[in-house]
Design a protein around this ligand. Sequence first.
Ligand SMILES: Cc1cc2nc3c(=O)[nH]c(=O)nc-3n(C[C@H](O)[C@H](O)[C@H](O)COP(=O)(O)OP(=O)(O)OC[C@H]3O[C@@H](n4cnc5c(N)ncnc54)[C@H](O)[C@@H]3O)c2cc1C
Length: 544
Amino acid sequence: MEAATAATAAMVWFRKGLRVHDNPALDAARRCGAGRLYPVFVLDPRYLRPDPAAASPGSARAGVARVRFLLESLGDLDARLRRLGSRLLLLRARDDVADAVCAALKDWNIGKLCFESDTEPYALARDKKVTDFAMASGIEVFTPVSHTLFDPAEIINKNGGRPPLTYQSFIAIAGEPPEPVMEEYSELPPVGDTGEYELLPVPTVEELGYGDLSQEEIPPFRGGETEALRRMKESLQDKEWVAKFEKPKGDPSAFLKPATTVLSPYLKFGCLSSRYFYHCIQDVYRSVRNYTKPPVSLTGQLLWRDFFYTVSFGTPNFDQMKGNKICKQIPWSENEELFVAWRDGRTGYPWIDAIMIQLRKWGWMHHLARHSVACFLTRGDLFIHWEKGRDVFERLLIDSDWSINNGNWLWLSCSSFFYQYHRIYSPITFGKKYDPNGNYIRHFIPVLKDMPREYIYEPWTAPLSIQKKAKCIIGKDYPKPVVDHKTASNECRKRMGEAYASSRLDANPSEGKPSNLSRRKKSYGDQDASNSSVAKILKSSRAE
Ligand SMILES: Cc1cc2nc3c(=O)[nH]c(=O)nc-3n(C[C@H](O)[C@H](O)[C@H](O)COP(=O)(O)OP(=O)(O)OC[C@H]3O[C@@H](n4cnc5c(N)ncnc54)[C@H](O)[C@@H]3O)c2cc1C
């Protein structure tokens, strides 16, 4: 192996941040004067090792749709690096990613290591191991914050050492995010000698050994920075749409042309920089007269993302009920049969089932669709622990994101942030308002495709003659409802009321008690339901 001196070799370690634009870690490695640059990604068995026992193809932690998206993103990153005279060095970790990185640092005699900082617990432990090794070996380490608009640690510091627990207090502290690093350049330092290392071509999902995938639908979202930038430009081209963007007003049943940007998978893997996205939206705002404002605007959505990153970073045990100071302690039920019916899209409520099937097939659903199924599983109908639903989302979403997913499950289950547990999405009337013909249901549940419009949301009410004509007998071809919504939702309200009454938890001592929050009609702190439009939606879709 060619001996590289410490001064001449740098490594940029990709994990998220799978992009070339606005990539401060790559930028620093490029500029540090090293004659050789090693751009590395390590395939992590924790996420990729096949699990034949899983409910659907993929690993225990990632469904096949997300794995495919990751591999496409790696292929695109490699292509973009090659255009700059470099390439992606793809390594496989036997077990521990940190060990693989440390070995490469040593074997390639790296003098400077650059990687984007990460705030998830798993990543923090992994990165500490690598950083400790690098420091002990005299390797300079640079870990810029570039996955989020702001530095969560800095916001927490500015807030006196605690994370701000309402959106309003968060944006009051946050200010304006830093500019993206968008300098154009035409080449990167060449890759150094990699010696005996086995460098992999980007594998396909089939090559990772997930079994027969011939029946799996390929989701309509292709991974990678190139697609991320194309998709962002396409979304922002319609300036009026951007200026009027008002979440949660969109149609959750729109699937051919979704009502929102579907940039979440690209932001999750860092194929798109949230700072670049934010600044491109600002450019649109500068070119129009009026535009919506946070929390409902498009920039408002990115701020929600940062809000959850900050709270999760500063809250011990954020991803569980036990030991989590901001989480209401609720005695959730255990019922594996009901849980599996929900997970597998077999609750007998077509609106709920179609969403769960979209999740399994596409790995993405509209925000209000996520609201519907999360509410149904927890405080709306089944009274099952939010952590069980969180696990299913965490595995199957392409945009699966530790901070955002846990934050939203805490929210939707009325365990934290939002406390109006009496407001329950109806699994019948909520979807019907947007899509009275049930086109969304017909697409994702083909067995219901010939059910007449008047029964599509409640097929169990169709006379047998109609069921026969539609070739769908309820209880045989499609399940009967697993619970009666009216009875179940009333029971849930009662149990939530009891749990709240017996809870001695003060969810947020510094910023007002939950009871005050629930009384407030309109507040930036209320992610969705405070907004007058969604308050109306929820009011009219309450269980009758
Ligand atoms: C139970 C539940 C679980 C969720 N889990 C995830 C998850 O694992 N990963 C994830 O990215 N989003 C999650 N969300 C938030 C939200 O539903 C998605 O970010 C959004 O639907 C993605 O679609 P989009 O890119 O078209 O969003 P847009 O409306 O176009 O918004 C642009 C970006 O803003 C961010 N954003 C939007 N809404 C939220 C929000 N409520 N909280 C935080 N950031 C937001 C996302 O990065 C999104 O891509 C969850 C929501 C619920 C109710």
